[in-house]
Design a protein around this ligand. Structure first.
Ligand code: ANZ
Length: 849
């Protein structure tokens, strides 16, 4: 047997595909001779990978896993008569290239181009059937132009605005840090103090789409876990807003948000977030010092910190509010377990039925009033007098109201409704839906991102003539009128980054672009203006790249409406579960805005989503440089070829499963490739003389059925094992391999191992690529098992097993049974009294002993 010469074969077919533009995207519209346009009647499939960030490290083995899976589908769909769009590009803005620039002075663009070239080489080496004409990078100036254009659309819609946002500012590092980068008030890098301070930021109002983002999930074919993650992130909460008038202040009220309006009679105090605007108003003079100091100390804590900490802290403000139903006075406290950014930033505290309130009340000796008891008679939490506290934990279950006046005896659900209605009636509140989703802080004080296409007028001190000063060079005193933003005209896009030598953020919270003065300041009609110096976050580019793939070279628009109609939505989106929340939510948000603006006919971008499972090192641990367990795709391809890597990654286990790399199994797929290659050689050598026998026909049809079904359900590992079984069978024919069987096997293996597929197809005498050859068709009748296995009993006791044709008669069954030694031993020499035979079910031989 010959060993398969993968290296030459793979290079040959990659060159062939390139030369013949085999994977060019077909047009979905055909222009007829008379100029009319006919739409393609074929079905379409838009197969999309989450495009990579081109890091300096190159591809890791996790990339080819998802990319092979989508490539198998793209290739399969081409063979099943679909028009296929299968593009790739680069998510090339981002921190590592910028950090490298800061450390070495190499422009991020230089690093980015170098890394993209390496990634492209690797993807081409793996034989993915991308249409390389669609390639784009988010850093391309032609792409940035349209990203900025979409920002302007958001701005026009009032969905992009400036806002003062509390950020983690690290003066020593001169930068804003993400919550995850701050540990106990110090920067993760370098342990420098971090302060929470308000900074002017651009914010996208994704909260306006909260409901749509939630509802849009219905009808998508996404992994359940990802749907839940998105839902939880959006965090729709249905409850009630309730107004408590502030005692002694006629027109001031504290509005709280609660999901348990039924517990209103159990309120014993209110708690405001320390940053709540009413804090200073309700605080009495004698409590002022204590309140002020609490507000200051808690100001530096992040929301995460505040919700995570067990120990409750807080201060009494000295003020009181009036209960809307009982008119009782309830004290107003402040505590940082109440978040300023959720609901109304104020809660009605019900210690008897809320754990956090219970802890707080216990610590500060506040009243506990029980107002809900278990629905079924029991002792926990029930009490008919508010002074007793029958348990030492809050009763948070639903039940029946007690101590609640006219609402006594109502179930929690009924009481919520009744009390909410009552509040509405007396204009003290009503139903309210809130969301956990926050608006999206969209600006970064960084160099390597899309400049935000906004500028502002510049004011000079009175008496200074704009003609006499030049903020580009002078240290002249001036004010940038951030309150008067002006969008860059569409005709002036793209707004490109300035050339700089120092890419570090610097100590100006306005970011590093603030130092590029000749870029930042410009004069128009005798007036000075200053550009926005914040850039967009890396998320921006990945929010809409799937649209640009439709039409990457269009200079007049982001993408044409015809191509949107022809190809959207994405039929299959494959990528890591780490993007389950942010990327997928941000992209859906932009999509929905573009939908509302009429740029797309499709309400959602990604119809089916699949996450590939992580590939672990051979030690079962996450691959990492420090562990030294990283497998490099280049090495695997050098040693065994691209198809072996592709086959192995699809054979490792279910696509979605987390699975360890096992080098021994790579050898297994290499053997499979060699066997398949030899089977094909045999078929060629016997010159079509070998005929299909019944057994081979059956195995072939069963395999075609299994592989087809498995590809449709993306169960690639079982499809490959079925092909292995068929290959072993054909090998066992000792050279008498029927050509038809070899051809069908080659067609089936080609989406997984496309180079091997093309080479074998060529050996079998075909001169054209098999990329568009019709997929195999199986005969359902030949896939049915026509033998059946059944047990044989003698006098009711099982003695053996036979395999007989499904339609065998009693004589046939008996013949087979008597050939089984353990059966004949019981029967021979005895009188057969009776035979009970139910075809396929029972064969019981009754003998007289
Ligand atoms: C009174 C009450 C009684 C509550 C009770 C619960 C149980 P979700 O489901 O997450 O929306 N809450 C409201 N705003 C808050 C804020 N800014 N910071 C911290 N907690 C806040 O939860 C809503 C509940 O969380 C509200 O219902 C409120 O406590 C609290 F037996 O109000 B509840």
């Amino acid at each position: 047997s010959t060993s398969y010469p993968f290296a030459t074969v793979e290079a040959k077919w990659q060159a062939y595909w390139k030369e013949h533009r085999t994977f060019a995207t077909p047009s979905r519209r055909i222009t007829n001779e008379d100029g009319t346009i006919t739409r393609s009647t074929k079905k379409k499939k838009y197969v999309l990978d989450m495009f990579p960030y081109p890091s300096g490290a190159g591809l890791h083995v996790g990339h080819p896993e998802g990319y092979t899976a989508s490539d198998v589908m793209a290739r399969y769909w081409r063979m099943t008569s679909h028009d296929v769009l299968h593009p790739i590009g680069w998510d090339s803005f981002g921190l590592p290239a910028e950090q490298f620039a800061i450390n070495t002075g190499t422009h991020p663009e230089v690093t980015t181009i170098k890394n993209i070239n390496n990634f492209r080489r690797q993807l081409q080496m793996l034989g993915f059937s991308y249409d390389w004409d669609k390639e784009l990078a988010t850093t391309d100036i032609n792409y940035v132009k349209w990203t900025q254009w979409i920002f302007l659309k958001l701005y026009e819609r009032g969905l992009a605005m400036q806002s003062s946002v509390n950020v983690n500012w690290c003066p020593a590092l001169g930068t804003v840090l993400a919550n995850e980068e701050v540990i106990n008030g110090l920067s993760e890098r370098g342990d420098h103090p971090v302060v929470r301070m308000p900074l002017r930021q651009w914010v996208l109002k994704i909260t306006e789409y909260a409901d749509r983002l939630q509802k849009g999930l219905e009808g998508l074919d996404w992994p359940a876990g990802t749907m839940v993650a998105q839902e939880q992130w959006i965090g729709k909460s249905e409850g009630t807003e309730i107004d408590f008038m502030v005692d002694g202040l006629e027109d001031k009220k504290v509005t709280v948000f609660t999901t348990r309006a039924d517990t209103l009679f159990g309120v014993t105090y209110l708690t405001l977030a320390p940053e709540h605007p009413l804090v200073s108003l309700v605080t009495t003079p004698d409590q002022k010092t204590e309140v002020d100091s609490y507000v200051t100390t808690t100001a530096s804590r992040s929301d995460l910190d505040r919700t995570a900490s067990k120990e409750k802290t807080g201060v009494f403000t000295g003020g009181y509010a009036i209960h809307p139903l009982t008119n009782e006075k309830v004290p107003i406290w402040i505590s940082d377990y109440v978040l300023g950014s959720y609901g109304t930033g104020a809660v009605m505290a019900v210690p008897a039925h809320d754990e956090r309130d219970f802890e707080f009340a216990s610590k500060f000796g506040l009243d506990v009033k029980w107002v809900v008891g278990p629905a079924v008679d029991g002792s926990t939490g029930t009490s008919d007098n508010g002074e007793e506290t029958p348990t030492d934990v809050a009763f948070t279950d639903y039940g029946v109201n007690i101590n609640s006046g006219e609402y006594d005896g109502m179930t929690t659900i009924d009481a919520k409704k009744a009390i909410t209605n009552k509040l509405k009636e007396i204009s003290s509140g009503g139903p309210k839906i809130t969301y956990k989703l926050r608006d999206w802080v969209f600006s970064r004080q960084r160099y390597w991102g899309e400049p935000i296409p906004i500028y502002f007028p510049v004011d000079f001190p009175e008496g200074v003539n704009a003609m006499d000063v030049d903020p580009k060079v002078d240290e002249c005193e001036h004010t940038i009128r951030y309150d008067l933003p002006i969008p860059v005209a569409e005709s002036e896009l793209p707004l490109v980054l300035p050339e700089m030598e120092d890419f570090s953020p610097g100590d100006d919270p306005a970011g590093c672009l603030a130092r590029a003065k000749s870029w930042r300041y410009f004069q128009r009609d005798g007036k000075w203006f200053a550009r926005e110096t914040n850039t967009m976050p890396q998320w921006a580019g990945s929010c809409w790249y799937y649209f640009r793939f439709l039409d990457p070279k269009n200079d007049d628009m982001a993408f044409s409406p015809e191509l949107d109609e022809d190809w959207m939505p994405v039929d299959l989106y494959v990528g890591g579960a780490e993007h389950a929340v942010l990327h997928l939510l941000y992209a859906r948000f932009w999509h929905q805005v573009l939908y509302d603006l009429g740029y797309t006919k499709h309400p959602e971008p990604f119809q089916k989503l699949v996450h590939q499972g992580m590939i672990l090192g051979s030690d079962g641990e996450k691959m990492s440089k420090s562990r030294g367990n990283v497998v490099n795709p280049d090495d695997v391809v050098d040693a065994h070829g691209a198809d072996a890597l592709r086959l192995y990654e699809m054979f490792m286990g279910p696509l979605e499963a987390v699975k360890p790399w096992q080098t021994s199994q790579v050898a297994g797929v290499v053997r499979f490739q060699n066997k398949l290659y030899n089977v094909v050689q045999s078929a060629v050598q016997n010159g079509g003389a070998a005929e299909l026998d019944d057994e081979t026909t059956k195995i072939l049809h069963k395999t075609m059925k299994k592989v087809t079904e498995d590809i449709n359900s993306m169960s690639f590992n079982t499809a490959i094992s079925a092909m292995m079984v068929l290959t072993n069978h054909l090998t066992s024919l000792k050279g008498q391999v029927p050509k038809e069987a070899a051809e069908k096997l080659v067609l089936m293996v080609s989406p997984f191992a496309p180079h091997l597929g093309e080479e074998c197809w060529n050996l079998l005498g075909h001169t054209e690529s098999l990329a568009y050859h019709p997929w195999v068709e199986y005969d359902e009748a030949l896939c049915v098992d026509n033998t059946v296995k059944m047990g044989v009993q003698v006098n009711g006791k099982k003695r053996g097993e036979i395999e007989i044709p499904t339609d065998a008669d009693q004589d046939g069954a008996m013949d087979a049974a008597m050939k089984v030694q353990s059966v004949s031993a019981q029967v021979d020499g005895n009188d057969i009294k009776k035979v009970i035979y139910v075809p396929g079910r029972i064969l019981n031989i009754i003998v007289a002993k």
